[in-house]
Design a protein around this ligand. Sequence first.
Ligand SMILES: [Zn+2]
Length: 347
Amino acid sequence: MFDTLAGNQRVKEILRRMLKERRVPGALLFAGEGGIGKKLFALELAKALNCRTPKGVEACDRCPACVRISRSSFPEYSDDKENREKIVWSEHPDVALARPYNRVLRIHLMREIEREANSRPFEGKARIFIIEEANKLNDASSNALLKTLEEPPKTSHLIMITARAASLLPTIRSRCQTIRFSPLLPAEIEAHLLSRKQVSPADARLLAYIARGSIGRALVTDLESYRHQREAMMEVVTALSLTNDRARLLRASEEMNDAKHKDEYEPRLDLLATLIHDVWVLSLGAPDEQIINQDMRPQISKIVSGIDSHRPARWLSQLEQHRRGLDVNINRKIATDSLFLTMAETW
Ligand SMILES: [Zn+2]
């Protein structure tokens, strides 16, 4: 059932309507950022098309066809050359996946899809071929795929998935019906985590905010390491607002720029922004629900009591400016020192 998936209500409606009118196109393009559920929607559509005991037009989630398609984790590529240039079958013999190898969707894969798409369903009512990272088709494989897209058999459906629809050849795009996916709202992620995963309310809320629209990101975030990094950023906010400890600020900058933490630099800036955001909204007297770091409410209140609401507002714009500067090549360490010292002097 589509309701088991998080977010994108509009897409659910479009797919339900296609199923109801029995007009699921032979070629669909699912476009939208990574981690927002495009592949799960594709599998859900595959289930609806093959379910043995559908509920209305949707999958029952119980029959053997639904169960096997749901379990489709698609095995890892094996290393030998022959296998990695083949499509990967799910546990259901009519649902398969093609994905890039070495950043290219190879021509062999598209030829195999052409062959398989021209066969009748083996067990179910429809054959579904999911093409992941469709923007990684090259000219040769795009041309091979065009053949299948020109006259797809009625029982076969190609679902192309991409975060970069604009990189596909126009000839490919024009033969697909494009469905656009949106990033999820924090409330949608929170509700999904609470109803389907074993997550405490405080963690669900935190994950929903830090996921920035991606349910995938919410599911892979390691909260323990996240909290550790956040603690370090909380020390920055404390040094800025309560202790005015410049040496502490420069130490924090050094730690952030340490090669060991290279990949954590931008996440740490994001964390710093969420903490300052919380200080700011609380200093304006906003209701508690607007606080992102609910679990740090006592520390945040302590900071708010000693600060004027103008300061966090200015810090946020200084942070934003700093972040824009990171795109241009600058010495990160010097820029971070300067950011923190400027923030300390901002009143
Ligand atoms: Zn079913």
